[in-house]
Design a binder for this molecule. Sequence first.
Ligand code: IPE
Ligand code: IPE
Ligand code: MG
Length: 257
Amino acid sequence: MEKLLKGKLPRHIAIIMDGNGRWAKKRFLPRIAGHKAGVSAVRNVVENCRRLGIEILTLYAFSSENWNRPSREVNALMDLLGDFLKSELKEMLKNNIRLTTIGEIERLPGSALKCLQSVCEETADNDGMILNLALSYGSRNEIIKAVRRIVSDYSEGKLTPSDINEERFSRYLFTANFPDPDLLIRTAGELRISNFLLWQLSYTELYVTNTLWPDFRKDDLIKALEDYQKRERKFGRTSEQIERENWKGKMCNPKDG
Ligand code: IPE
Ligand code: IPE
Ligand code: MG
């Protein structure tokens, strides 16, 4: 942990929490038992990210495609979400964590939606870590919604085609107020994005672990962060350019080195 703090930490971590079903299957348990076990991993990662001083933690909790799962599983996931929110509110207030969401949350059942909205409101003034839950979230849908709003603003004369640039477009997405993730972690080994943050991940560092989500603990997070700290983020430039800039930065701010 101490070694980590000396290096550069990501401001924004996003996680595709996958593998709950496989975790349960390995133990001859119903899939829902895997989701229940996954909730402990959520508590754990929230606490560890907060301690490390991560600014934003975005968790992919339910995709727009996950609505196609058997209704029993969907209902159980919605109940778990409600229970999690009710049990975590006190902890979030104590730890200065603000809850936000991305996705079509209006599709959630009334009881889960009510809990969600109330926790978001009650934690709105917290200025410690942001816990951002992706719920009923699909990135293609997010982009389509953005385009619809842009067209509507255009037809009302609020913008012209030349007003649209990357920065302006980003402001029409669910993630309008957040910087792009620096690090994406996917558990359970699949090498795909599964309709998550397609626009926002353009220059995000990707880290995939075979650990199943319910088993993901502090050591796994630290491994991901250590790996991240070894990466050279070039954003299209050459290593030499990056080195020169780092060197210049150190000359200007010798204490930061
Ligand atoms: C991730 O675990 C949780 C959700 C998608 C809600 P899965 O349920 O996808 O687990 P696997 O992929 O079947 O193991
Ligand atoms: C992605 O996992 C969605 C969440 C983690 C919430 P899935 O298990 O739904 O993804 P696929 O179907 O394997 O791509
Ligand atoms: Mg899965």
